[in-house]
Design a protein. Structure first.
Length: 569
């Protein structure tokens, strides 16, 4: 739940429509522009045949001077018209792919750093098939995302081309027509010249095996519109998030089944819903900062009470404002250092651009340590600060390197190996945004990306951990129970004006009034900038949605799940 420099949504008059507001980089007369293809052009048709050709090697796209077409639907910060951002041109593209049956798998997954001033690629596996009318050629459709450099804003794309195993290849058509990004909404489409270099790809066998393992671990998926067939009396409409036109994907996990909805674009249904790259935004404060903190305190008792100044040299200031602030204060955003205690007032102030736009660790940590004066004693007041979570990530990295060596990393070695490793999440989930310098500091408070199944399984695992974990489990203890709101005293403080409590990186809300219960029933949830929710319902269900309409309403969904299993008791 982050309100930042990049905030807001342009409200367009309905009569204009998406296609009438446009900026064209290659064709001055809008009437002459080709129309963007619908998603059906990137979906295997009903008469598709198994692929006769095999793709293994390198796909290179000529992106530098390629013509592109763009419709602008929302652009709060004028990115579409700022020449230095160059958003109508795609980043350089030269990546290896392998084929297994009809699956075409990129060798590198997650965000791929780029020289482009605005975009970074994220690649996901696609499909290959033959068309009866085009013998000797195989068609490929690949889902991809463009993620904004240094930010979590993510735009969803599709590309398609024909090829032969000998290296012959058509041009590549592409389109972008959906996003999880409140301040920049665009349709972007065009055609690119391509080169296919067939070559053996090192590690192919392992890549294919890992892909099979990932697919086998995914939860079974059903359309959420059909949930009433499994649970009579449940209304599927109760789970539709607010502002459906702004929704990327939503779902409910019940008894190990992933009921999923959404996945619409402005040009039709997305054919690769299970492979969308969902931005974490501040849900990372729970899954990354919160869980790593809980792990460190359980593994190294006393970590939570270490002074910030002891672990972060940049916070050793002459006025001593960080000397009595601890790791626990950072996690709970109760440092006492702030300008305005109003709800997310500091987070939305003009000066935060110094933090969010700076690409270096030195710039981000300097702002985080020096931007806010001491206003109240540590531990007394909750003031939402992504900058506090960045300091915490810096401190946790420093702490674990003292314990385990200078190359240890809180994301790779703790979160991904120790904590979430047993879940065997997607390759996309196993990457994070970092500072663009040799320090490579994880952002900690935002910057993760997931596929929908990752979210479903993480939520299911957290619910099971809190209800079934034993004293010797990895996380279980008072800090973990507090984070999941299993202690009534955690709600007495560190709350905001809307009645939501914040503890150990997680939000909580008393839903008793929503479900008709005569005593408090706290639901822990995670929240992300623009309209992202992951709610861990006490009946072991998980409800989530990812959207960019800046709405955070989930009462109907949580109340409806009580019909599946009563959690008032």
């Amino acid at each position: 739940m982050r309100t930042s420099l990049r905030q807001g949504l342009v409200n367009l008059p309905a009569l204009l429509g998406a296609a009438l507001l446009l900026a064209t980089c290659s064709v001055p007369d809008a009437v002459e522009r080709p129309a963007p293809p619908g998603t059906g052009a990137f979906t295997p048709p009903a008469d598709a045949l198994p692929p006769s050709q095999t793709f293994e090697g390198y796909l290179q796209l000529q992106t530098e001077h390629a013509p592109a077409h763009m419709d602008v639907l929302a652009d709060t910060y004028d990115a579409a018209y700022t020449a230095q951002w160059d958003i109508t041109h795609l980043p350089p593209f030269d990546f290896a792919f392998i084929q297994d049956g009809d699956d075409v798998i990129p060798v590198r997954r997650g965000a791929l750093l780029s020289t482009h001033p605005y975009w970074e690629w994220m690649l996901e596996p696609g499909k290959a098939w033959d068309k009866p009318a085009e013998p000797g050629w195989t068609q490929v459709s690949l889902p991809f995302s463009l993620r904004e450099r240094n930010q979590n804003c993510t735009h969803y794309g599709l590309m398609s081309f024909r090829f032969k195993s000998n290296g012959a290849i058509s041009s590549v058509r592409y389109q972008i027509a959906s996003e999880t990004c409140i301040y920049l909404k665009i349709n972007l489409w065009g055609s690119l010249d391509a080169q296919y270099r067939p070559a053996p790809v090192p590690g192919k066998t392992q890549i294919v095996e890992d892909f099979h393992q990932l697919m086998s671990r995914r939860l079974p998926v059903k359309a959420i519109t059909q949930i009433n067939l499994d649970y009579p009396g449940i209304d599927p409409a109760a789970f539709i998030p607010p502002g459906p036109e702004d929704v990327t994907v939503y779902g409910l996990v019940v008894d190990g089944v992933h009921y999923r909805g959404g996945c619409e674009t402005r040009l039709g249904p997305h054919p690769f819903c299970d492979r969308l790259d969902l931005p974490s935004y501040s849900t990372a404060k729970s899954i990354f900062a919160g869980l790593v903190f809980i792990y460190l305190e359980k593994t190294y008792p006393g970590f939570a009470d270490i002074s910030v100044a002891e672990l972060v040299p940049e916070c050793r200031l002459a006025d001593g404002r960080w000397d009595d602030v601890t790791m626990r204060h950072l996690l709970n955003m109760s440092t006492g250092n702030y300008d305005d205690a109003g709800f997310e007032a500091d987070e939305g102030a003009a000066n935060v651009g110094e933090f969010f736009l700076d690409e270096t660790h030195a710039g981000k940590i300097k702002f985080s340590c020096t931007a806010y004066p001491r206003k109240s004693p540590p531990g007394e007041r909750f003031v939402y600060h992504t900058f506090d979570t960045y300091i915490l990530g810096t401190a946790m990295n420093a702490f674990i390197r003292k314990k385990l060596g200078p190359d240890t990393d809180i994301f790779s070695d703790l979160l991904m190996k120790k904590i979430l490793g047993p879940l065997h999440l997607s390759p996309t989930a196993r990457t994070t945004m970092r500072s663009y310098d040799p320090v490579s500091q994880p952002f900690t408070g935002f910057g993760l990306s997931w596929n929908p199944d990752d979210i479903a399984r993480i939520g299911q695992w957290l619910n099971r951990e809190i209800t079934a974990a034993t004293a010797d489990s990895l996380l279980y203890g008072k800090d973990f129970r507090d984070a999941l709101f299993r202690h009534p005293d955690v709600v007495k403080r560190l709350s905001n004006s809307r009645g939501e409590a914040y503890k150990n990186g997680f939000w909580g809300f008393d839903v008793a009034a929503w479900i008709g219960c005569d005593h408090p029933v706290w639901v822990p949830f995670m929240s992300g900038f623009g309209g992202n929710i992951i709610a861990l319902i006490p009946n072991d269900a998980v409800y989530y949605y990812f959207s960019d309409g800046n709405q955070f309403k989930w009462a109907d969904a949580v109340a409806e799940t009580r019909k599946i299993k009563n959690y008032c008791e």
